[in-house]
Design a protein around this ligand. Sequence first.
Ligand code: ARG
Length: 594
Amino acid sequence: MMTARCNINERFSAYEGISVNIQALLSAKVSQAMVLAGAPADCEPQVRQSAKIQFGDYQANGIMAVAKKLGQAPRQLAETVLQHLDLTGIASKVEIAGPGFINIFLDRNWLAEQAKQAIKLPRLGVAQAEPQTIVVDYSAPNVAKEMHVGHVRSTIIGDAAVRTLEFLGHNVIRANHVGDWGTQFGMLIAFLEKQQNEDHAEMALADLEAFYREAKRTYDEDPVFAERARGYVVKLQGGDDYCRQMWKKLVDITMSQNQKIYDRLNVTLTRKDVMGESLYNDMLPGIVSDLKAKGLAVESEGATVVFLDEFQNKEGEPMGVIIQKKDGGYLYTTTDIACAKYRYETLRADRVLYYIDSRQHQHLQQAWTIVRKAGYVPESVPLEHHAFGMMLGKDGRPFKTRSGGTIKLSDLLDEAYQRAYTLVREKNPEMSEEEVKSLAEVVGISAVKYADLSKSRTTDYIFDWDNMLAFEGNTAPYMQYAYTRVLSVFRKAGIDADSLDAEITLTDDREALLATRLLQFEEVITQVARDGTPHVMCAYLYDLAGLFSGFYEHCPILSADDVTRLSRLQLAALTAKTLQQGLDTLGIKTVERM
Ligand code: ARG
């Protein structure tokens, strides 16, 4: 969580007027009071949203730790802090609880004022972050293979992180680290050539999976073909024109097929974000010789190896990481060393996020340990593995087709559409065919995405059609429906939400709860940006939708007196905007009706 350090006044003023961040404001205020009560300037007030209503809206939990350091009784320190804590106009009540917690109850008039501001401010009152250049490595499918379920999570979660960081004002560089290099390209080029000679290259490449399979079969069965393929690997690596051209054709066709999937998924990747493994080829020889010169890499049984004390092999000895094979070939690790260096040196990254399967954790740690030891990327630039678990079927085993094959992403999305179509048609018998179709596409794709986004990414996750398409619970259809429900209030009132400029008064508890939660959007989004955890945003939006329902059921809008009606409509307008904006940072589309 964001906590205030030094520069209290500077930080405090940054949050007044321009942005709405209750936690940051209270943190600044409490730490100021703590310092006046004798705490060191870098004390952590630990201001958090309270877990229970009886503990107020926010709690400051940092007193105990500081009291311990100062050798004071925590409650006594809390008393002194309270004497210095000036929350006039912000809190209606501040009290000490338990061993020295401070419970803060926000003032409703102040909340109302903040809510009013949030609507008017750009980005719903979310402050522009100090812009960083952030490289996000995600999606990364392999050339001459179709995207399959193994790439879903990286693509979807990575894109949500990208959208979130961009919303906050960062300069985001999308890096699609596609697998476009390796010895298999000799085989693929030779096979493409064979197909071209037989005049069915285009057709064959339309089904990449079959193309790859056939290429492999031919390679295994036909020695003349295999010989030719091996020759092409060498030529390709040597920069031969013909081989380069054929290689490029394979990359182009694969990526234009993938682009269709990205567009359909509402994922922001384009062709210009492709920074495949091949991009780093030219750097590899230099890296190997540099690592040798630095004494980090040594010759071992003909290969070039870096021994790392940080990792141990089965015998308990330092683990050897091969960076160049006996035959001169480089490895996936060598490429990732070069790639990290490039992202820092050339792209000038301040931070690099990698959305990669958790099974590649050790690989990344080894590459980065070498990167740090060689001084290619300073410690001040974080290299973060935002790992995720596997996608499992309902039976808890890796998600496969009935016959045990990998599931193609395009087939998965077609099925999502089909299932959503049935559902939408059932719910809207009167709707035109065209509208049902377009709604089904949005709902189906969103359901697949949201199901993934709403779960903590670190664990494996069970892919279940029925759960993700349910209209109850934390699902895309529920969230999209909740949004249309808010909009319907404006239709009924005959008022345009955007033109509304009414005062907000919070009289009912439910109004105050809704307003407080609405004002926590920045707290949530900064957390998602820091940890790369979109499920935190999903949980927030789901909670928000629930609070809106409670408010809507208990606080009449259309039948209320003028002042109350407009105030409640204003809250509804902020809810609609927040839901829409929140879903947008996740890459989930909203619809007007469903
Ligand atoms: N293409 C790889 C795969 O399909 C993922 C690449 C991830 N990014 C990286 N910098 N290693 O497993």
